[in-house]
Design a protein around this ligand. Structure first.
Ligand code: AMP
Length: 126
């Protein structure tokens, strides 16, 4: 079954400028902004501007330009926020997908969490 994109999701509204965001970085294909309910001192969400639902959807169907731009933006965000593992103290990259992944917003996003020790990779199921 193909992915169906819901253009009423909150990140689509952010991309259309219908609701505000605290932008960290923006490029032609990618937007990085602060999570509204941060789980760590650094909690940035990186999203493609295209209509992709999950990481696998984006990885499978986005153009090479979009994929390179997204990944370079992730690297720039890490540097800007001081959470690289070489010069900073590292971070956790998370992307939730679908029901089992407990994804709340159906627009692909990568969480970048840092500024403290993040803890176990996979907690008990809720
Ligand atoms: P997920 O469970 O991976 O889909 O995570 C969705 C994330 O989006 C959560 O961490 C929310 O706090 C965050 N979020 C929801 N609405 C907004 C918003 N308007 N601006 C920034 N982050 C948001």
């Amino acid at each position: 079954m193909a992915y169906a994109y819901d253009d009423q999701n909150i990140f689509a509204k952010i991309l259309r400028g219908e609701i505000p965001n605290k932008t960290v970085l923006e490029t032609d294909h990618t937007l990085a902004f602060e999570d509204i309910q941060p789980q760590a001192p650094v909690h940035v969400l990186v999203i493609p501007k295209g209509p992709y639902v999950t990481y696998d959807h984006f990885a499978g169907e986005a153009s090479a330009d979009e994929i390179v731009d997204f990944n370079r933006t992730v690297a720039e965000v890490c540097k800007k926020m001081g959470v690289t593992a070489d010069e900073g103290q590292g971070c956790r990259f998370i992307s939730n997908a679908g029901e089992h992944g407990v994804q709340e917003v159906p627009h692909y996003h990568l969480h970048i969490l840092g500024g403290r020790r993040i803890g176990r990779m996979i907690p008990k199921a809720d």
